[in-house]
Design a protein around this ligand. Structure first.
Ligand SMILES: [Zn+2]
Ligand SMILES: [Zn+2]
Length: 418
C-alpha cells in the first residue's frame, strides 16, 4: 500500500529545502539587524481566536478554516495566519506588561482548507514580523523598509509596493458609506457574492477577483481627504515621508483593503509581476484594534508576512548557492581498511571537515563514481597496502593529482589543503 501526501500539501525535497534554509537564514540575519526576536506559537489555536480577530465575515473564517474538533467542547483550527496567534501569545505571556513594546518574528506553516490552485496550497509557509505596542508611523515605514531589505537580499527584482491607509474605525465607517454610495449604481455589474458583501462588508468588494468586479472597482475614485481624519492623515503622511527619505518606491493604492477586519491605518502589499493572478509575495499593515479586541490594553501594532512559496518563485537565488559542499570521501578496499576509514571519518568531522563514505558495499570504482556525484574536493583511498605503510592516498578531484599522506597526521594535512 502506497500513500500520497494530503491534498494541497507537498513535500519539500532536499534540493529545494536547502534553498528554504538559505532564505530563512538570510531573513533571520536581517531580523537581527532590525531588532526582532523569534517567537514560536502552536500550529493550532482555538477556532474562536480567528473568528474574533479576522472577522466572522472574512473568507478565511467562512470557508477556509482547517478545523480540528475533539469531543463536543474543543474546537481548534490550524492557524490560517500568525498575527492573531502572536497577539494571543503577547497577551497570555504578559509581554504587554514586561516589555510593552516588542518586535517579534516567526517562520512556519499556515493552513487554509481551500481548493488548491497555482500559487495557493492548503499548507503554505510564512516568514513574518509583528511589532507590538506602538502606534508610531515610523514603525510602519520601518517594516516596509525591512520587507524591501529582505527582497534585495533574496535577489527579488521587479516587485511593487502598494500602499494605502484605511484610517481609524470612524474613518472606515465613513469610507464604507462612500463606497456604498459609489457602488449603488453598479450593483448589477457586481457578482452575486459582492451583492451580499455590499450589505455586510463592503470593503470585501474591493478584494473581489470575480469577473466584472475589478472593473467596477477600478472606476472608483477614492480620495483620502474624503474619509481620513486629521490624525490618520498626519500619520499616513509621516509614513510616506519616511519612505521617501529612505528612497523606497511605492504606489498609492486607495482600493487596497486586505480582507481582514483587524487592519487600521497603514496597509501594504508587495506584488511581483512574474506570478500571475496570485501575485502578492508579502502583505501586512497596522492593526491598532487587535490587541484591545483580544482583551489587552489600547496599544497599536504593525506587521507583515512573506509567502515563502511565492518568494521562492520570485527569487533569483539558485539552488547551487544553498548546497553545502562535502570536502572529502573516504573510499576503502577490504575490511580492515573500512574499519580504519570509519574511525578516520569521525576524526575528520570532529575537525569540522565535511566527510562521507560508502554504505552500500560498492566496488572501488563504484565508490569513486559516488564521490564524483557528491562533488567532493578530495577522495582518500585506503586499502591493505596503504594500511601496512600507515599511509593514505589522497586524490584531488579537481586536478586528478595523487599524493601519499601518513595516517597519523592526515587530519592536519587535509585541513591545510581545504
Ligand atoms: Zn482617523
Ligand atoms: Zn465580486
Amino acid at each position: 500500500m502506497k500513500f500520497n501526501s494530503p491534498t494541497g500539501m507537498k513535500d519539500i525535497l532536499p534540493e529545494e529545502a536547502l534553498l528554504w534554509h538559505l532564505i530563512e537564514e538570510k531573513a533571520i540575519s536581517i531580523f537581527n539587524l532590525y531588532g526582532y526576536k523569534p517567537l514560536r506559537t502552536p500550529i493550532l489555536e482555538e477556532s474562536a481566536l480567528f473568528n474574533r480577530s479576522l472577522g466572522e465575515e472574512a473568507e478565511i473564517v467562512r470557508k477556509q478554516m482547517f478545523e480540528v474538533k475533539r469531543g463536543s467542547s474543543e474546537s481548534y483550527a490550524l492557524r490560517p495566519e500568525a498575527t492573531a496567534a502572536v497577539v494571543r501569545a503577547y497577551l497570555e505571556n504578559n509581554l504587554d506588561r514586561t516589555n510593552t513594546f516588542i518586535k517579534l518574528f516567526y517562520i512556519g506553516p499556515m493552513f487554509r482548507a481551500e481548493r488548491p490552485q497555482k500559487g495557493r496550497l492548503r499548507q503554505f509557509h510564512h516568514i513574518g514580523v509583528e511589532a507590538l505596542g506602538s502606534d508610531s508611523p515610523y514603525l510602519d515605514s520601518e517594516i516596509i523598509a525591512l520587507a524591501r531589505r529582505i527582497l534585495e537580499e533574496l535577489k527579488v527584482h521587479g516587485f511593487t509596493i502598494r500602499l494605502n491607509s484605511l484610517g481609524c474605525s470612524s474613518d472606515q465607517q465613513k469610507l464604507k458609506s462612500i463606497l456604498r454610495i459609489k457602488l449603488k449604481g453598479h450593483l448589477n455589474k457586481l457578482c452575486a457574492d459582492c451583492n451580499e458583501r455590499y450589505k455586510k462588508n463592503v470593503f470585501r468588494v474591493l478584494d473581489c477577483k470575480n469577473e466584472g468586479c475589478p472593473q467596477v472597482v477600478a472606476t472608483l475614485k477614492l480620495r483620502y481627504e474624503d474619509y481620513l481624519c486629521s490624525g490618520c492623515s498626519e500619520h499616513f503622511l509621516i509614513v510616506r515621508k519616511n519612505l521617501d527619505r529612505l528612497k523606497i518606491n511605492y504606489s498609492l493604492s486607495p482600493t487596497l483593503v486586505r480582507g481582514l477586519d483587524y487592519y487600521s491605518r497603514t496597509v501594504f502589499e508587495i506584488t511581483h509581476q512574474g506570478l500571475g493572478a496570485q501575485d502578492a509575495i508579502a502583505a501586512g499593515g497596522r492593526y491598532d484594534r487587535l490587541i484591545p479586541e483580544l482583551g489587552g490594553p489600547e496599544l497599536g501594532a504593525a506587521g507583515f508576512a512573506f509567502g515563502v512559496e511565492r518568494l521562492l518563485l520570485a527569487s533569483g537565488l539558485e539552488c547551487a548557492a544553498a548546497k553545502p559542499r562535502l570536502d572529502i570521501f573516504i573510499a576503502s578496499l577490504g575490511n580492515s581498511a573500512k574499519e580504519q576509514g570509519f574511525v578516520l571519518l569521525q576524526k575528520l568531522r570532529e575537525a569540522q571537515v565535511a566527510s562521507e563514505t560508502d554504505y552500500e558495499n560498492k566496488s572501488l570504482k563504484g565508490q569513486m563514481r559516488r564521490a564524483n556525484d557528491l562533488a567532493v574536493k578530495f577522495v582518500a583511498l585506503l586499502g591493505d597496502d596503504e594500511l601496512k605503510k600507515q599511509m593514505i592516498i589522497l586524490k584531488d578531484m579537481q586536478s586528478g593529482k595523487q599524493e601519499e599522506i601518513g595516517l597519523d597526521n592526515f587530519v592536519e594535512e587535509i585541513k591545510k589543503r581545504l
